[in-house]
Design a protein around this ligand. Structure first.
Ligand code: TPP
Ligand code: SF4
Ligand code: MG
Length: 285
């Protein structure tokens, strides 16, 4: 499949922020010399989710909000793959938010790129959890703030499709984190929906790039939490590499304890049958 498969051209509206995300991902793959058979891109449902059709790699289109369990399974089965999960703010912060919380906690070696446009683009512009407070009478949700509050989270970053060089660098850093067996790498990308919620002008003035602040320490969780919260109170948000801490992913722990990855197990029918008979014999059958 990887020899013959040609990715489709994107079907996004002209000017959609998701083009910038796709371009940065392709550039990050080129920079890290990732070949088609070495990566898997899994996606949730939404305009963001169609990205997996546009990248030459193994792919899987999960149910709405369910991309992270599928990606965790893929990484456990084959830790040698670069596993990239992608999806929108509706996918990851609404219907799939429970999986996001537990992915921060469980820390699988998955890169998760969440394209935040403050709306449900594919279903024509309903409010999402990150919709502007002025339009909804509700406070907007912040995924970076959530991630920082969960013990065990290890890589939290935010980029923008309007800053392609930084976005590529953050994707490379996220892939290096997972490849080193350190665990889950969360990258929110501000990726405006120009058709239903064009936030390019409003967000441009609200971003504060912590990568450019000499005094900012991305290894300090409390400092990062304070900085992120202070900015939110001022109706601004941090971008850049916001927090990074070394952990150990579950698949790394399995390898370290001598357990072979599932993809290397002998699954020949004869072996499975004898194992099945042994189990049944244990029940006296
Ligand atoms: C279980 C389920 N509920 C609802 C839908 C309808 N639906 C499809 S995409 C979507 C929202 C997508 O928004 P988001 O994840 O923010 O992606 P975007 O289109 O904005 O990139 C919804 C509600 C669905 N496909 N499946
Ligand atoms: S509807 Fe919005 S999110 Fe979907 S492709 Fe168009 S601009 Fe992008
Ligand atoms: Mg969206």
């Amino acid at each position: 499949m990887t020899k013959t498969y040609q990715p489709n051209e994107p079907i996004w509206c002209a000017g959609c922020g998701h083009y910038g995300v796709r371009n940065a991902l392709l550039a990050a793959f080129r920079q890290m010399q990732v070949e088609s058979h070495q990566a898997m891109v899994l996606a949730g449902i939404g305009c963001a989710g169609t990205l997996q059709n546009n990248v030459s790699a193994y792919g899987y289109h999960a149910l709405h909000g369910r991309v992270l369990p599928a990606a965790t399974g893929a990484k456990l089965a084959n830790p040698r793959l670069d596993v990239i999960a992608v999806g929108g703010d509706g996918d990851g912060y609404a219907i799939g938010c429970g999986h996001l919380i537990h992915s921060f906690k469980r820390n699988p070696g998955v890169v998760y790129i969440l394209m935040n446009n403050g709306t449900y683009g594919l279903t024509k512009g309903q409010h999402s959890p990150t919709a502007d407070a002025e339009e909804t009478d509700e406070q907007a949700f912040d995924g970076v703030q959530l991630g920082l509050s969960i013990p065990g989270s290890g890589f939290i970053a935010r980029g923008s499709s309007a800053s392609p060089v930084q976005l590529q660098a953050l994707m490379v850093a996220a892939m290096e984190h997972t490849r080193a067996g350190k665990g889950f790498a969360f990258l929110e990308v501000l990726s405006p929906c120009v058709t239903y919620n064009d936030t390019y002008p409003a967000w441009a003035g609200r971003m504060v790039n912590v990568d450019a602040l000499a005094e900012y320490d991305c290894g300090d969780r409390i400092g990062a939490f304070t900085a992120v919260n202070s900015l939110l109170v001022e109706n601004r948000f941090a971008t850049g590499l916001i927090f990074k801490q070394d952990g150990k992913s579950p698949e790394r722990r399995r390898l370290d304890s001598g357990q072979a990855p599932l993809c290397d197990l002998d699954i020949s029918p004869d072996r499975q049958l004898s194992g099945f008979r042994e189990i049944m014999a244990g029940y006296g059958v």
